[in-house]
Design a protein around this ligand. Structure first.
Ligand code: UDP
Length: 321
């Protein structure tokens, strides 16, 4: 099979490229390096079945060039990270919505099945834990900048489903829950790489808010397994799936665990959200995926627990010196 991965030089895209190449498929990675990086795919560039195309998903001509030669598309390209989304809202909303429109329109023209990666942000501040795919989204007001991301991603989902309902374009939708692992950068706000970098540098570990908010972290290797099984699955078109892990941890506990594992002398400090992200920021207290649908379709069972995830991230940062 020939695949196009938009955002192929990103953290998840690079792991997905590797997995597909390992099983004998060929991969075209389209990336504009806005958040992806050459270092993520350097080791793949000499692979005979890997091709890197530098450019944006908003470039219609380029997207068409890429899609007409492939059998399937993973549409991953997107702004990521709460910090980036708050600092660069124009690119965030524009790339997500317009990029999805270009990709689906071109996939429809060439009848190429496509998987869209959306996000657990779409559940917003819902408190009906765990989140199942048909749960309501509770999104805050547009004046709170965080919600631009959830709303733009939800619009991408609506558009994907519109193509499925109206012209039966095979689209698969997934919502990723806090995917973590080697090659993820803390630059855009993601908590595990940030805590690990702070701990290894002996800097204070910056826990935002009370630290009693929790998340469930999923190793990128498990997320990739799910992504591959879902686009291979005959009955997945038109369906939406959560991808994640349901082992829950508070940020206070996470900070302690990372200090212990790195044997760091760093102190753990608490920073108000307003200081971290500016006024008018809302966080969600809990975010737990219901994984039963994914399990029913693919037999999914995550292979990596939180400790394994943290160990892998520490190993990566240590190896970079
Ligand atoms: N967080 C934190 N310190 C940091 C970065 C993030 O305490 O330096 C918190 C953040 O407020 C949130 C959780 O960690 O409650 C997860 O944040 P992340 O940005 O990784 O993912 P998301 O908010 O999208 O779940």
């Amino acid at each position: 099979m020939r695949y196009l991965i938009t955002g192929g030089a990103g953290f998840i895209g690079s792991h997905l490229s590797e997995r597909l190449l390992d099983r004998g498929d060929s991969v075209v990675a389209l990336d504009n390096f806005s958040t992806g990086g050459h270092q993520n795919i350097k080791h793949l560039e000499k692979h005979p079945q890997f091709r890197l195309v530098c450019g944006s998903v908003t470039d219609k001509g380029l997207v068409e060039e890429c899609i007409k030669g492939v059998d399937r598309v993973y549409h991953l390209a997107s702004a990521v990270g709460v910090k980036l989304i708050i600092e660069r809202p124009v690119e965030t909303v524009g790339t997500i919505v317009y990029g999805a429109s270009v990709v689906f329109n071109t996939c429809a023209h060439y009848r190429v099945p496509v998987l869209l990666t959306s996000t657990s942000e779409v559940y917003g501040k819902s408190t009906s834990i765990p989140f199942s795919e048909d749960s309501d989204s509770i999104i805050g007001p547009p004046s709170y900048r965080r919600w631009a991301y959830a709303s733009a991603k939800a619009l991408g989902e609506f558009l994907a489903l519109a193509y499925w309902h109206q012209i039966r374009l095979p689209v698969v939708l997934v919502r990723l829950f806090n995917t973590v692992g080697p090659r993820q950068t803390g630059q855009y706000g993601m908590v595990i790489p940030r805590f690990v970098q702070q701990a290894l540098a002996g800097q204070s570990i910056t826990v935002y808010g009370t630290g009693e908010q929790s998340r469930c972290f999923c190793h990128v290797a498990d997320a990739v397994t799910a992504l591959v099984s879902l686009l291979d699955h005959e009955e997945s078109p038109g369906e939406l799936f959560n991808i994640g892990n349901n082992q829950e941890v508070t940020m206070n506990h996470l900070a302690k665990l990372i200090v212990e594992k790195t044997e760091s002398g760093s102190e753990i400090i608490h920073i108000p959200y307003a200081e971290a992200y500016g006024e008018g920021f809302e966080d969600m207290d809990r975010r737990v995926p219901d994984l039963s649908k994914l399990k029913r379709f693919t037999g999914y069972a995550p292979q990596n627990d939180l400790e394994g995830i943290i160990d892998d991230v520490i190993k990566q940062y240590r190896s970079q010196g």
